[in-house]
Design a protein around this ligand. Structure first.
Ligand code: HSE
Length: 423
């Protein structure tokens, strides 16, 4: 039986999960693909992790040369995360003709062209199913199952940490800071949560998904980004009154050749398929011009779910001599972006509880050409009232001008928050 040598760079959560799946599914892979996958080298400085998995310590080291010099290794799976040393090691592997498999969305979104160029030099493959959506098979679906379409829109919940936080705030009525602390205590959020809560992780993933969908490179730097730290339990409570659920959305659209790409918290109707994606789950909603709506759902992180996607890439790389290519990554970078995109808006205002306030507010919005879709008003204490409005569609620039006017209106004490609404 054909043997294919594998190297694992790192035995963290996903590296360990991948090793366990490779062991437990070895017989299935032999039976179904006629290939034996042999782990021949592991890079890991913590030997106890290798011992816990029963890996022979003679194949464990910290030296990439052991991988590069082993001619029997043809597939290298990387689990370090971050840019270095992952980038240098993977480019060296590709230049040595070894295919690479990774879940490293930051590396991929920032350095895909260098990786693609190195792979093209030798004909090696680069595989990254696990980089977006963890175990959800979205990369191959977009690349291999949607060729009969122009992808018009992607709308995704691609970060489990922020979805866990927002779902818990919504279910328990708790505030952001307490929910983040609880998520950190339970291991859902990192000690430094910025990559997740500030939207960077979603931006990296959206860059990859958009590039695949639109067949040109959509750099992560071109993606507008807002995180979730400004979402309050009051916003969530009022959103519920309008039948809306808040999610951190990664959205990209191809509108007449112009690309819109943004990551921000947004309200969606409770009956949208993404509204049901709760806790640490991911969901990605895709619209193609021929297939119509598609919905992908599953665990976006974790040892075995992400390991599942990694193993599928390892099996693909190990059983193909001609690897996948992404020529558009080297040939075309998207440059035609629409930054004045349209949204509806949720506006929460603290206003003076007096005659004429509502007409002043509607007057300001009306003067800017913004229609109001719905509104609630709640009398508060000390002569204040909370007014919550949902606008109809308007553009970013028009809305910003109207917001400035609202902030300056004498009847308004505070624009407490503004959140986009995606219907
Ligand atoms: N930090 C990521 C998340 C892990 O919370 O979804 C998977 O990419």
């Amino acid at each position: 039986m054909k043997k294919v040598g594998i190297a694992l760079l790192g035995l963290g959560v996903v590296g360990s999960g991948t090793y366990r799946i490779l062991k437990s599914k070895a017989e299935n892979i032999k039976r179904d693909y006629g290939v034996e996958l042999e782990v021949r080298q592991v890079l890991e400085k913590d030997l106890s992790k290798a011992e816990a998995l029963g890996i022979d310590l003679s194949i464990v080291s910290c030296d990439i040369a052991n991988v590069l010099n082993d001619k029997e290794i043809s597939v290298v799976a990387e689990f370090f995360g971050g840019i270095e040393p992952a980038k240098t090691f993977l480019i060296a592997c590709l230049k040595a003709g070894k295919s690479v498999v990774t879940s490293n969305k930051e590396l991929f979104s920032k350095h895909w062209p260098e990786l693609e160029a190195a792979a093209k030099e030798t004909g090696a493959g680069i595989y990254f199913e696990a980089s977006c959506g963890g175990g959800v098979p979205i990369i191959r679906a977009l690349h291999e199952s949607c060729q009969g379409n122009d992808i018009l829109e992607i709308k995704g919940i691609v970060n489990g940490t922020t979805n866990y936080i927002l779902s818990n705030m919504s279910e328990k009525g708790s505030d952001y800071a307490d929910t983040l602390k609880e998520a950190q205590r339970l291991g859902y959020a990192e000690a430094n949560p910025s990559a997740d809560v500030d939207g960077f992780d979603s931006t990296y993933k959206l860059s990859i998904l958009s590039s695949l969908s639109f067949r040109k490179r959509v750099p992560y730097t071109a993606i507008y980004r807002e995180g979730i730290s400004g979402v309050t339990k009051e916003d969530i409570k009022y959103g519920k009154e309008f039948g809306l659920t808040v999610k951190l959305l990664a959205i990209s659209k191809n509108v007449g050749g112009k690309i819109e790409a943004h990551v921000y918290p947004a309200f969606i109707p409770d009956d949208h398929p993404l509204a049901k994606v709760s806790g640490a789950f991911n969901g990605i909603y895709v619209v193609g011009d021929n297939v119509g709506e598609l919905m992908f759902y599953g665990k976006g992180a974790g040892d075995l779910p992400t390991g599942s996607a990694i193993v599928s890439d390892i099996v693909y790389a190990a059983t193909h001599d001609i690897h996948k290519r992404y020529p558009f990554i080297l040939e075309e970078e998207a440059s035609d972006f629409n930054n004045d995109f349209e949204s509806e808006y949720f506006i929460r205002l603290i206003a003076k509880d007096q005659t004429g306030v509502l007409s002043e507010i509607t007057g300001i919005l009306g003067k800017a050409g913004i229609s109001i879709d719905s509104m609630v008003q709640k009398a508060g204490s000390h002569g204040k009232a909370t007014i919550v409005l949902i606008t109809q569609k308007t553009t970013e620039l028009t809305f910003k001008a109207a917001l400035d006017a609202l902030k300056q209106a004498a009847c308004i004490d505070e624009v407490a928050n503004v959140i986009r609404v995606e219907k």
